[in-house]
Design a protein around this ligand. Structure first.
Ligand SMILES: [Fe+2]
Ligand SMILES: [Fe+2]
Length: 272
């Protein structure tokens, strides 16, 4: 049996410039620092940390400088993707050692301890919604057609499904049908996303697709068709994808709960 490989997913950190006067609901940078510290304490340690976009809040150079500072203590390699709050050129510059390809979009493929991670740039520059154009369709088809033994995780910022939280869905996903066709015809074991700031699961093209929670405030859960934009302070953290062979099992690590594991007074072993 193959050894488990842990791939962490940190998303929607929305880092801001130090000392910013941007009105925020939580201390975004402190949350990112807290997540980095907890990731470093993970045992076993994750083999890599995929960041599924909205790395910073407002695509400003001083925000990316703060992001680089906050990520500097992280023990694992970062695999970064842009979100709709990011700027491609600044992401490229911030992660200058990442060995980006020379495509306009910031998509990449990395194999980490036998797990293939395909990072797809789903952004539509200047727009909050997603885009999967012909160039990216060709790129993804080729990336997924390359032979690989073991699991393939497809990471992207925007979820490739209608979530039901309408004010967020409204921004749309250009090329979603083509995306579903390509994924459905390929070997993908899990699709991991961000953007919604709250955990959500679905499927696309027959492949399980999910959103991880943000480290800042969540989009409120309101499934009414008339729902207006609203946020909520739900528990924050990151996710750990435990990969064995081609099986991907996802766990949520909540941070800043003020809670520690404890052994109950009753015989818990009887239930294990
Ligand atoms: Fe976000
Ligand atoms: Fe987003």
């Amino acid at each position: 049996m193959a050894e488990p490989v842990l791939i962490a997913q940190l998303t929607d950190t929305h880092v801001v410039a130090w000392g910013t006067d941007t009105p925020l609901h939580v201390d975004n940078n402190q949350r990112a620092a807290s997540a980095v510290a907890r990731l470093n304490a993970e045992e076993p340690a994750p083999a890599a940390v995929v960041m599924t976009g909205d790395l910073v809040n407002d695509a400003r150079p001083d925000e990316y400088a703060a992001l680089a500072e906050l990520l500097a203590p992280l023990g694992a390699d970062v695999l970064p993707l842009p979100g709709n709050h990011d700027d491609r050129a600044l992401v490229r510059r911030t992660f200058a050692d990442f060995d980006w390809s020379d495509t306009g979009h910031l998509s990449w493929v990395r194999v980490v301890d036998g797990v293939r991670i395909v990072g797809l740039d789903s952004t539509r520059p200047g727009h909050p919604g997603a885009e999967f154009d012909d160039e990216r369709a060709e790129w993804l088809g080729a990336a997924l057609a390359a032979p690989h033994e073991g699991a393939t995780i497809l990471a992207m910022h925007h979820p490739p499904f209608i979530t039901g939280i309408e004010w967020m869905d409204r921004a749309g996903f250009i090329g979603l049908g083509t995306f579903a066709e390509i994924v459905g015809a390929s070997r993908v074991d899990r699709i991991i996303c961000g953007h919604m700031h709250r955990p959500i699961g679905s499927s696309v093209g027959g492949v399980a697709a999910q959103v991880a929670m943000s480290t800042v405030q969540h989009v409120a859960l309101d499934l009414a068709p008339s729902a207006t934009a609203s946020l909520v302070h739900d528990p924050v953290g990151y996710q750990l994808h435990r990969v064995v062979g081609t099986e991907v099992v996802t766990h949520s690590r909540y941070i800043e709960t003020g809670q520690e594991p404890f052994v109950p007074d009753w015989a818990i072993d009887d239930y294990a």
